[in-house]
Design a protein around this ligand. Structure first.
Ligand SMILES: [Zn+2]
Length: 51
């Protein structure tokens, strides 16, 4: 499994459990939702683009 896929799953878990207020990678508060993936919402950070 590519590590990037694994990272995305961790991020989705993070967002599904916690009330998201900032990026887990860079702590930026600038991010936006871009749809849903299964049961969780997808986010993308405007600073590091890692979500
Ligand atoms: Zn970020």
């Amino acid at each position: 499994m590519p590590s990037e896929v694994y990272d995305n799953r961790l991020v989705n878990l993070y967002f599904s459990v916690l009330d998201v207020t900032h990026c887990p990678y860079c702590n930026s508060t600038k991010f936006y939702r871009h749809g849903r993936y299964k049961y969780t919402e997808r986010y993308r950070c405007c600073s590091c683009k890692r979500m």
